[in-house]
Design a protein around this ligand. Structure first.
Ligand code: PLP
Length: 401
């Protein structure tokens, strides 16, 4: 390798993230290789995106086929992949209609527009959305207001009005924040970026009942929990609670950018002129997503994720028992898992694990997140645990956190 990619980045690219020192060139299944040919187990999966693994042959074939036929028209015309994808999604959940866009933030923006229109038509003009502290809903300006992270919000004030942030996993707080101005409640079934937080039994059901009793829409942001991650195709199916509106993105196209928001017929209020997207639902992205969704369903990938997720959870619990007191907790669901340390050593553990050939995410200063491709095998989990063991030992041996 002759090019110094780190120097190239410093010279040409905006410095918005402190990258891990790995230049990834190629991926296959659960593994990626850097430009020097070093192999890694990828337990970040492109940020919970490549749920079928890197370069999945079925998705690659769909992309190749569609790229050679038609990539983009516009939503002025019908295209077959878009409608096939719509059918695949709607026929596998309790929602009735879908609209495609290009990212998670954009899906949430669409869902919020829908809720505002619903409030205008059916709740006396109510325009407010209750969202949760420690949530993550995306990087647009409206989503900065929806995302309940006061430190991040500070730098974008004045914030888009119309969002009220209350503590997560606190039904009483939602009840108290509800007024005649409230149109909807938006929540992640399990908080992802917030540190992998699973709500207590009854919270989501309680939200459902409260929304029903008060005529509010319940919006689930399933951008991270959807597409099999929690062990069911959609996360809410693991909790047996149905939303009125659901948003998807991340793993929907197994890496090809696509987002979606879905709603029940009872709140299907958007009409021509209300919303749109140039690229949204384009033939290439929907062909990739259609292949992804159908493969996932036909091969029960969520069921596999549930089984391997349980296996990995036991492995993490054994790891915790073997590493007292450094490892303080294991949490998560399906293949969205986290390890809590008793100190702010996550970045060091991740750096040392990278060197051992395992890619991880320090989701908090004192916690790491595991979000491998859902096709990961038990043997690959064992391999990752061995690398993590060496990574933790090195991080602890290196002294101050
Ligand atoms: C990643 C994520 C988003 C934002 O998605 P982008 O595609 O980055 O805009 C929103 N909500 C949740 C729960 C996410 O995990």
């Amino acid at each position: 390798m002759t090019t110094d990619w780190k120097a190239q980045e410093a010279r040409y690219y905006m410095h918005l993230v402190n990258r891990q020192p790995v230049v990834i060139e190629r991926g296959e299944g659960v593994r990626v290789w850097d430009v020097e040919g070093k192999e890694y187990l990828d337990f970040t999966a492109g940020w919970a995106v490549v749920n079928l693994g890197h370069s999945h042959p079925v998705v690659t074939a769909a992309i190749e086929y569609q790229a050679a036929r038609l990539i983009q028209t516009s939503n002025q015309f019908y295209t077959v992949p878009q409608l096939e994808l719509a059918e695949a999604l709607i026929e596998s959940c309790g929602l009735d209609k879908v609209f495609f866009c290009n990212s998670g933030a954009e899906a949430n923006e669409g869902a919020v527009k829908l809720a505002k229109k619903y409030g205008r038509l059916h709740r006396d003009g109510a325009q407010e959305i209750i969202t949760m502290l420690n949530s993550f809903h995306g990087r647009t300006l409206a989503m900065a207001a929806a995302t309940g992270q006061p430190a991040y919000q500070e730098r974008w004030k004045p914030l888009t009005p119309g969002f009220v942030n209350v503590p997560y996993d606190d039904l009483e707080a939602v009840k108290q924040a509800t007024t005649t101005a409230t149109a909807a409640v938006m929540v992640e079934p399990v908080q992802g970026e917030g540190g992998v937080n699973v709500p207590t039994e009854g919270y989501l059901k309680g939200l459902r009942e409260w929304c029903d009793a008060n005529g509010l829409l319940l919006i689930f942001d399933e951008i991270q929990t959807g597409m099999g991650r929690l062990g069911t195709l959609f996360g809410h199916q693991s909790f047996d609670v149905e939303p009125d509106v659901m948003t998807l993105a991340k793993a929907l196209g197994n890496g090809v950018p696509i987002g979606a928001f879905l709603c029940k017929d009872s709140c299907d209020v958007l009409e021509p002129g209300d919303h749109g997207s140039t690229f949204g639902g384009n033939a290439l992205a929907t062909a990739a997503a259609n292949a992804t969704v159908r493969y996932m369903i036909e091969n029960d990938v969520p069921g596999h994720a549930k089984r391997v997720g349980a296996y990995m959870r036991s492995a993490l619990e054994a790891f915790m028992a073997a590493h007292q007191p450094a490892v303080a907790d294991v949490r998560g669901m399906g293949l969205l898992l986290a390890l809590q340390f008793d100190d702010t050593i996550a970045a060091k553990v991740v750096a040392a694990s990278n060197e051992e050939g395992l890619l991880l995410n320090p989701v908090r200063p004192d916690a790491i997140r595991f979000m491998p491709p859902l096709i990961v095998s038990e043997a690959e989990v064992d391999e990752a645990m061995a690398k993590l063991d060496r990574g933790l030992a090195r991080a602890l041996a290196s002294g101050d956190a």
